[in-house]
Each structure stands twice: as C-alpha cells, then as structure tokens.
Ligand binder design. Structure first.
Ligand SMILES: [Mg+2]
Length: 400
C-alpha cells in the first residue's frame, strides 16, 4: 500500500479537563517542567530568573507547547498514521517542503528505507535538530500507519513486549509529591551551577542529602544538570555526592562537547554518566558507545529521528554493553511502545508530560487521548493498533 500524502499538522485535539484543583502549596503548579531550575545553572551566565526559559524558547520565537508539530501520513486506502515532534514552523516546513515530496508513492511498510532516505535527503543541509525533529514526526507516523494497517500495536511489530513491568522513575524537584504519586525512583534537577562556587556545591549536596533521607537507599536517585556544568565543577560534584550513591549524573556538559565528556570520563572513571537527549541521529551515540564515554544513552524518540533511529541506537548500545533509557519515554505513546518493545531499554522516565501539580491525579494530566498514564507503579502501552492513540483525523488541520 502506498503513501498518498505527508503533511505537517497542528494539534487541536480536545484537552482533558483538569477537575481537581491543585493544592495551594504547590509552588510548581502550572510550570511545564515541574520545577526544573534553569536559574543559576544553564541560564545563569546571562539570566537570573526561572522564566527566561519560557520566554526565550516558548513565547518570543513562537515555539513550545502551542507550536508542537504533528505529522499525518495518509495511505491510498484512506488509513492514516500520526507522528509528533516540536519547534513549530521550522520543523513543519522541513516536513512539507523537503520530506513529503520524496515520500509520496512509497510503500507504507518501508520504515527502514524511508528513514534512510530522510537522513540522506537532509544530510546536505544538516540532519540535526530541526531536521531530526521533522524526520522523527514522519518516521513515527509511518510506524503508526504500518501498525494500523497490520492491526498490530507497534511494540508487537518490534517483536512483542519484552517485559511485564518496566521500572519507572519520575523527574521533578518535588520528591514528596512524586512519592505520594507512588513513584519509587527519583531524579532531581540541579539548581546551582559553576558560577555559584563552593556555596552552590554545598547547597546541591544539602538538597541531595535531604532527598536521600526522604527516599532511603532502596530507591534510585539521579541528578540532571541540564547541560549547565563544566568539567571541574562536575568532578567536584561527583566526589561530594559519592555518599549518596547517585545512579547517574545526567547532561553535565553542553551536548555537542563530546571532547569535554571524554575528558570528564577520564577524570571520574567510576561515575555513571548519562546524556543524549540533545543528540540527533545515530552517529553521536555510536561515537560515545564505542569510546566508552557515556554509560547511559538517553535519546528522545520525538527528536532523535523517531522509532527507526531508536532501534539502531538501542542495538549499538547493546553491542557496547551499555544502557538506553529514553528521555521522557513515559510521557508519550511513542516512547512507551519503544521502551516495551526493545530489550536494550531498562527504565522509563516520567517527567513533565506525566507529572501533575500537587494534589491532581495523573489521569487528569494533559496528553494525547489514548496515552496511558502510570498505574500501580507501572505504565502499560496500549495494545490498540499503531501507537494506540485515540485520535480523530479532523483534530489535525494543516500546519500554519
Ligand atoms: Mg534530562
């Protein structure tokens, strides 16, 4: 069956009404990143307030939640698949202008070939970032369509669910609320960067110590640095936090600075380092895995190139003897299917798209209709065809 059309679309699906009022003491209520700092760390060189992130990336240049980009691919029999990424008009124009004309008329079952074609079409202008987002949305739509036509959930297309209960971890600085929600493993975001000096290091140590006290040593605890550190401060941090047995230190350095990560690895060989949510395509992952620079790879399925890229990355990681845990994997049907269908993925992250304000049940979280939420300490992907989203074609008008 052939592809009839490929379109970038806006997402106008009906929002889930949040019936429960957040408790008043929720200082993070309404915050997209559930309390991620971005204060003196990454933005600290130039900005001093939490809201710089929202302003710079979500409003002023018109991207963010309202500028998420969908992709609808229709087959000649009228069946259709849906994929998803973000970053607004730029991503949408790459889908419509570069990718769509080259994909119409191809078989809907050619996921491997279509992914390869897309990366080669975009390679001359750079297949990273926005290009990679466009590839992701299209690739996910092809997989969704393939599943729908074959009447199989995507994880079945991958070979079937590999585990009954994949361990979850939740990301937010409000650990008490995460505990109340039933999560057992926790990640915090760092609030102090290199410019905060010894005082910042002490404050981070204090935060981690308090969190460890709260959760005990039976739970995993991780620290996400949001690309904010430098080599020297990360080394000091790693030494300082040893007693608290962090499972990993994430995104310590700027994504592209793979040479710095290599030096960092040499300085703290026994620390578990993770990164990759801002890497695109398979090549950075192969480099990091083959050199032993990173221990846990964290690609984002809606940014890195879709499910086809994730499959390749997971196989690379398995061959290298390291782990893959998708960035925000629990927050989308796409990440859930990949995590349950690939043996090299060991945990599933529940972050901003999953976590609710204090007092609000997880079922009331804004999400694509049909996206499962954690229940009884686990997330189970939908077994409906494709990625199992319960969506209607008319909710997705052409992107403009
Ligand atoms: Mg992260």
């Amino acid at each position: 069956m052939k592809i009839k059309s490929v379109k970038a679309v806006s997402n106008n699906y009906p929002r889930i009404p949040q019936k429960t009022k957040p408790r008043e003491n929720d200082k993070f209520a309404g915050k997209i990143a559930t309390g991620a700092p971005m204060s003196t760390s990454l933005g600290g060189r130039y900005f001093h307030k939490n809201d710089w992130w929202d302003k710079a990336l979500r409003k002023d240049i018109g991207v963010g939640i309202e500028r998420d980009v969908g992709c609808i691919i229709e087959a000649e029999d009228g069946s259709w698949g849906f994929g998803f990424s973000d970053r607004g008009r730029i991503t949408a124009s790459i889908i419509d202008d570069y990718l769509a004309p080259n994909l119409i008329g191809r078989s809907i079952f050619e996921t491997e070939k279509i992914y390869d074609m897309m990366t080669r079409i975009l390679s001359p202008i750079g297949s990273n970032s926005f290009s990679s987002r466009a590839i992701s949305a299209v690739d996910l739509a092809v997989w969704d369509l393939k599943g729908k036509v074959l009447e199989k959930p995507v994880y079945e297309l991958l070979g079937g669910s590999i585990i009954e209960k994949l361990p979850l971890y939740a990301s937010s600085n409000n650990t008490e609320w995460l505990k109340e929600l039933g999560f057992k493993n926790f990640k915090r975001f760092i609030s102090y960067g290199p410019r905060d000096g010894i005082d910042g290091l002490k404050k981070t140590e204090d935060e981690i110590a308090k969190t460890r006290d709260l959760i005990g040593y039976e739970s995993d605890l991780m620290l996400d640095c949001w690309l904010s550190m430098d080599i020297e401060t990360t080394v000091k941090l790693s030494q300082l936090l040893k007693p608290f047995k962090l499972k990993w230190i994430e995104d310590a350095l700027i994504s592209e600075s793979i040479n710095q990560y290599e030096i960092l690895r040499g300085r703290i060989p026994n620390e578990t380092l993770s990164t990759g949510e801002h890497w695109y395509g398979v090549y950075p992952f192969f480099h990091a895995a083959s050199k032993g620079i990173i221990d846990i790879l964290q690609p984002d399925i809606t940014w890195v190139g879709g499910l086809s890229a994730i499959i390749k990355i997971v196989h690379i990681a398995e061959a290298a003897g390291i782990d893959v845990i998708l960035h925000g994997g629990g927050g989308s049907a796409f990440g859930q299917h990949a995590s349950y269908g690939l043996t090299g993925i060991s945990m599933i992250e529940c972050s901003g798209p999953v976590i609710t304000p204090i007092g609000v049940p997880l079922e009331e979280k804004e999400r694509f209709p049909g996206t499962p939420v954690p229940k009884d300490g686990t997330i189970t992907p939908s077994d409906a065809p494709g990625f199992g989203l319960e969506i209607k074609r008319e909710w997705f008008p052409d992107f403009n």
